[in-house]
Design a protein around this ligand. Sequence first.
Ligand code: UT7
Length: 331
Amino acid sequence: MSKITAAITAVGGYVPEYVLTNQVLETMVDTNDEWITSRTGIKERRILKEKDQGTSFMAIKAAQQLLEKSGTDPKEIDMIIMATATPDMLVAATGVYVATQIGAVNAFSYDLLAACSGFLFGMSTAARYIESGRYKKVLLIGADKMSSIVDYEDRATCIIFGDGAGAVLFEPNLDGYGLQDEYLRSDGNGRDHLKIDAGGSILPASAETIANKQHYVFQDGKTVFKFAVSNMADVSEKIMKRNGLNGNDVAWLVPHQANKRIIDATARRMNLDDSKVMMTIERYGNTTSGTLPLCLFDYEKQLKKGDKLVFASFGGGFTWGAIYLTWAYDS
Ligand code: UT7
């Protein structure tokens, strides 16, 4: 019997309607369009303004779009992995709610938290379930409402992040398409450089933590940048070497969208032409778990069966890695 590989067979995405431009941010904090554009590559980001709605709102939209586009019956979905750093609420997993709302009544679900690498690590998890032969349709969603944890008085973070969601369906493939190799890493020494101090089990919410603004995301940008730029390039180069790939072989780099300079450095190390690099940062900013599936969502029409894709990410924790996947269908 042929070996089962885990292939992506459908893609969906959703970004909120409200566009927060650099020009509007100029009126909120001491910053300017030139600084943001030259340091990050970001021009605008989307913000979820719907009242009383969280990450699940966007995840449901992305999943429903995928189901509709691919003609998939939600009852056939076996499991849903929900990558997010901004769950609707703690304890009750967001993925469980999403599964129920989209009618995936035969699925089980849970959340996966690995900051900006959540979706990448989720690809590895989804692939293992498929490769086991036990599960046939695994929906992986990456979604974050970063605006719910960003301090819009802190110019070091509010210019970077945005809200958005993307989803992919993994199914078994017997012709060898799909996830080929992965190199995933983490290092807990990095946790003080990108974190939310309060609201967890070390420092539960109190009047003091709110007054001290400890429920907002904190980032020591310079340090994170230094680690991100070298590690994302390292793992991407490593996975190419291990699979005998050169810059000509790779059709697309699908990079986490944290900073255009980090993406450019990774592409240079891979000897990749700019035209092979998926780039959405200008319009969406950093949507954390949403960046990789939103890249696929935006570029799906250009993907061809057999294309060799390298996914790469770096995020809080620290967490980072690269995945080599061959595309399984012509759009
Ligand atoms: O997705 C998870 C992983 N995250 C990342 O990979 C993000 C990694 N870090 C970065 O992308 C960059 O470090 C930032 C975009 C966050 C910051 O860019 P930077 O080039 O590292 O700037 P910096 O923090 O070194 O700051 C340079 C200067 C400082 O002023 P002085 O001290 O030189 O006078 C900052 O105060 O720029 C100032 N600055 C700003 N100026 C205008 C910081 N933020 C802003 C701002 N507008 N928004």
